[in-house]
Design a protein around this ligand. Structure first.
Ligand code: 5AD
Ligand code: SF4
Length: 471
């Protein structure tokens, strides 16, 4: 058994990152024969993509996908730690699974993801949710076949969570959610240690994949007819820095662009590492989408300092102004309100920044203290009650939404290229995304899913556009 330890996970050393090729041990090959799996994912795109690897691993040992949880033989919960409500959702699901396991005693339950990396969570599961068969962490997805194998011999919760800086595992099997849009990891972990954030503890040190491995994956996706790749990392702009091989994100973007996939995206960008060279590569290549997610977090330089963000309001504006020069660009952001010590004036500065940047969209959050992070200890300086924080959040949201609507209205009457993603919740409608990542609903045939089409925009709302297919 290997237990998580957030203190250990905080350490960063000069230890070399190992690049390891995954291979399945023959003895696990038929473990899932005639059995069904269900994977429930919480949290960010990183987790969504990890789940694609988890599904790939399960299928490699014979499992097939179940249509729902009740008809599955194994359920894996891939969890998220970023805010408290993510925790609550996963624990709520564990409660529901307790009942399911009473009816179906041989159901296997596994838990993984960021929550698995926290000792408080693992302790609680051991105490209160004894029906969980095993827990594995973000560093050792590859351990899943072995853990399933051992559930047959071991009745106790098997815990296999490494609190290490992390390696890079190549060649994990992958079962992608769809066959035209793909996530490709380019960098794992994070070394920024923003004071509110638990990610550097749960996902380990910043470590880039080798460029040749990324390009090989993208080339294969191109051959398989994929229309879009999203390059993934907690901070993609740091790509290559840890490798010292003389290349960075701008070089990678150029090489990925040259492969010729119609659409390339990348998330998330930290304002600290964004270089002019990267901006030039985005401007020069029409298949790199003019869409940038640039988390602000706060508009007050005082709060940014407490957050450990390494930029001031003025630095952010300088970068923002440069990015705005990219033709037709849409910029979105993340903002936290109610960080300990945030005064009414600090909050006002955040609103001022939103008025300056007029974002295309923003994800907004109330600060949620995370166990073991420096900002949790700042809570003693927190003199703003939750009600006031909620008021700030609503005021911020109203402002953010007004700018989203303003930008969306600029699309009225224009013809936009849309990658069709699927059937809309609205009857007889399809949905897809513009180059700038705007959601569009329009009439069309299901055969268009996975294709690029032209859509004339006829209506604009805060969160979506309506349109008509253009021949
Ligand atoms: N509380 C609230 N929001 C947080 N985020 C990260 N950690 C916290 C926290 N402890 C937000 C940040 C980040 C986004 C993914 O989640 O805005 O950019
Ligand atoms: Fe968290 Fe900051 Fe790293 Fe983003 S850059 S994952 S907010 S520590």
């Amino acid at each position: 058994m290997e237990y998580p330890n957030l203190k250990e996970a905080q350490k960063r050393s000069n230890k070399k990152v190992n690049y390891i090729k995954y291979e399945l041990d023959d003895k696990y090959q038929n473990l899932g024969k005639n059995k069904k799996y269900y994977v429930k994912t919480y949290g960010c795109q990183m987790n969504e993509h990890d789940s694609e690897n988890i599904c790939g691993l399960l299928e490699s040992i014979g499992y097939t996908k179940a249509k729902d949880m009740a008809s599955s033989d194994i359920v894996i919960l891939n969890t998220c730690s970023i805010r408290e409500n993510a925790h609550n959702k996963a624990f709520g699901m564990l409660g529901r699974l307790k009942h399911l396991k009473q009816e179906k005693t041989d159901l296997i339950i596994g838990l993984c993801g960021c929550m698995a990396q926290e000792e408080v969570v693992v302790e609680e599961i051991k105490k209160k949710y004894r029906n969980v068969n095993f827990i594995f962490g973000t560093h050792n997805l590859y351990d899943l076949p072995r853990l399933i194998f051992e559930t047959n011999t071991n009745k106790k919760t098997n815990i296999s969570v490494l609190s290490i800086e992390g390696d890079v595992i190549e060649d994990l099997p992958v079962k992608r959610v769809n066959n035209f849009k793909a996530y490709v990891n380019i960098i794992y972990g994070c070394d920024k240690f923003c004071t509110y954030c638990i990610v550097p503890y749960t996902r380990g040190k910043q470590r880039s994949r080798l460029m040749e491995d990324i390009l090989k994956e993208v080339e294969k996706l191109k051959q398989d007819g994929f229309m879009e790749v999203t390059l993934l990392g907690q901070n993609v702009n740091a790509y290559g820095k840890d490798l010292n091989l003389g290349y960075d994100l701008s070089d990678l973007l150029q090489k990925v662009s040259d492969i010729g996939i119609p659409r390339i995206r990348f998330i998330t960008s930290h304002p600290w590492d964004f270089t002019d060279k990267m901006i030039d590569v985005i401007k020069k290549n029409s298949n790199i989408m003019p869409y940038i997610h640039l988390p602000l977090q706060s508009g007050s330089s005082k709060i940014l300092k407490l957050m450990g963000r390494r930029y001031t309001k003025e630095d952010y504006i300088r970068l923002f102004d440069k990015l705005k020069k990219i033709d037709g660009v849409a910029i979105t952001t993340d903002i936290i309100v109610g960080f300990p010590g945030e005064t009414e004036e600090d909050f006002q500065e955040t609103l001022d920044m939103v008025n300056y940047c007029k974002y295309d969209g923003a994800f907004t959050f109330i600060f949620s203290p995370r166990v073991g992070t420096p900002a949790e200890r700042l809570m003693k300086n927190d003199h703003v009650d939750l009600h006031e924080k909620e008021k700030r959040l609503y005021e911020l949201n109203d402002l953010v939404n007004s700018y989203s609507l303003m930008h969306n209205k600029e699309y009225l009457g224009k013809v936009e290229e849309v990658l069709v993603e699927g059937e809309s919740v609205k009857e007889n409608q399809l949905y897809g995304y513009t180059k700038t990542n705007k959601l569009v609903n329009f009439n069309g045939d299901l055969s268009l899913i996975g294709k690029l089409v032209n859509v004339k925009i006829t209506d604009a709302k805060s969160f979506s556009l309506d349109g008509e297919l253009v021949e």
